[in-house]
Design a binder for this molecule. Structure first.
Ligand SMILES: *Cc1c(COP(=O)(O)O)cnc(C)c1O
Length: 370
């Protein structure tokens, strides 16, 4: 069995976890949390890091910290995970979706400007699958229309755009450390910002909006989104190896591409754009329109060989939970629908060996050529 993801935990994880147990520091009060925040923020080149319990919580707090609420609109890609839209909808604001770019599968930034209205408050950019969003046009629009940028860099830890780290662009940026991300804490997330007030708001929202000088007195509704010392211990050990992990991911992607590039039935991820080398957070493939094969067929054949896969995102604009009238702004999203129909991803975890990649590629070739 080759699972779709298997993390690599053979650095200092055990040692730091043992330190937590030996010292009794297991809650969010333990010393690894601040160390992880400081070192992660430094790695991405930002002033403040606020560790939270998962990447979805990081987005929730980011949206709330920017004061997004009833009457506001937030522009974001439709081809992404549900996490991006939850707090926008819960806050009473309206998501306004943008279709994907057929080359990179990221949000098509040329479609943003025509969706900006007097109600638009923020643009949420999400780097998808391994290539960065084209940030320059987004930064230019944000400045011209005075909009905030929320940057979801969950899939782009360590990726860069024109040499600048992903997660260093937004007023506020968010990360996830789920086990399929480039570094993991089991469950976990991080908010980064350079803005002192936003950082303070996020710290407060993360901790039930307790007040330092009047603990059980509350002037705002918060959440308990705290990360434990145990998670931060694992995160710190993982962060020590980020560069090695990124190199590994890139070489895994190249192996897949070398093994599959002669198959006409598949469209493979771009190796690079003018902004970055692909980091292959996951190795996703698209079944060409000319091929009679369906994603379901190929995935179930791979499953019968013990190869785990995942379908591409089901676009947000078509989610049943967002279908009631007035919840979203209607539009056309042909590329995202096409990706939803024809794209899926192969085992991509850091523990995957070259032999296993060859094996997966061989099975996929067999299924296609049959
Ligand atoms: C994984 C992921 C999230 C959610 O993170 P969790 O830690 O699973 O809550 C959010 N956005 C993107 C783009 C992701 O890939």
């Amino acid at each position: 069995m080759i699972p779709v993801n298997e993390p690599l935990l053979d650095g200092n994880e055990k040692k730091y976890l043992a330190e937590c147990i030996d010292t009794g520091w297991i809650s969010s009060e333990g010393p690894f949390v601040e160390r992880f925040e400081t070192e992660f923020a430094a790695r991405i080149g930002r002033k403040h890091g606020i560790a939270v319990c998962n990447g979805t919580a990081a987005i929730d707090a980011a949206v709330e910290a920017l004061g997004i609420g009833p009457g506001d609109e937030v522009i974001l890609p439709t081809f992404t995970i549900i996490s991006c839209v939850l707090q926008i909808v819960r806050s009473g604001a309206k998501p306004v979706f943008v279709d994907a770019d057929p080359r990179t599968w990221n949000m098509d930034v040329t479609q943003i400007e025509c969706k900006i209205t007097s109600r638009t408050k923020a643009i949420m950019v999400v780097h998808i699958y391994g290539l960065p969003v084209d940030m320059d046009p987004v930064l230019e629009l944000a400045e011209r229309y005075e909009l905030k940028i929320i940057e979801d860099a969950a899939e782009a830890i360590g990726q860069t755009y024109r040499g600048r780290p992903c997660g260093s662009f937004g007023e506020i940026s968010t990360f996830s450390f789920y086990p399929n991300k480039h570094i993991t804490t089991g469950e976990g997330g991080m908010i980064l910002t350079d803005d002192d007030d936003i950082a303070e708001a996020c710290r407060s929202l993360r901790n039930l909006c307790f007040q330092p000088d009047r603990r059980f007195f509350h002037e705002r509704l918060g959440w308990n989104l705290r990360m434990t010392n145990l998670q931060a211990a694992v995160g710190l050990a993982q962060l020590e190896r980020l560069d090695e992990f990124l190199e590994r991911k890139r070489s895994m992607g190249k192996l897949y591409t070398a093994a599959l590039c002669d198959l006409d039935s598949l469209v493979l991820p771009l190796m690079r754009t003018e902004f970055a080398e692909n980091l292959y957070w996951v190795y996703a493939v698209v079944i060409s329109e000319s091929s009679p094969l369906s994603v379901d067929h190929v995935r179930s054949e791979l499953a019968s060989y013990g190869v785990g896969t995942r379908p591409a995102f089901f676009p947000l604009h078509a989610q049943p939970v967002l279908a009631s009238d007035g919840m979203t702004v209607k539009g056309e999203y042909k590329v995202s629908e096409y990706l939803c129909d024809r794209c899926f991803y192969l085992p991509s975890g850091l523990a995957l060996t070259s032999e296993k990649i060859e094996h997966v590629a061989d099975r996929l070739r067999e299924i296609i050529e049959r």
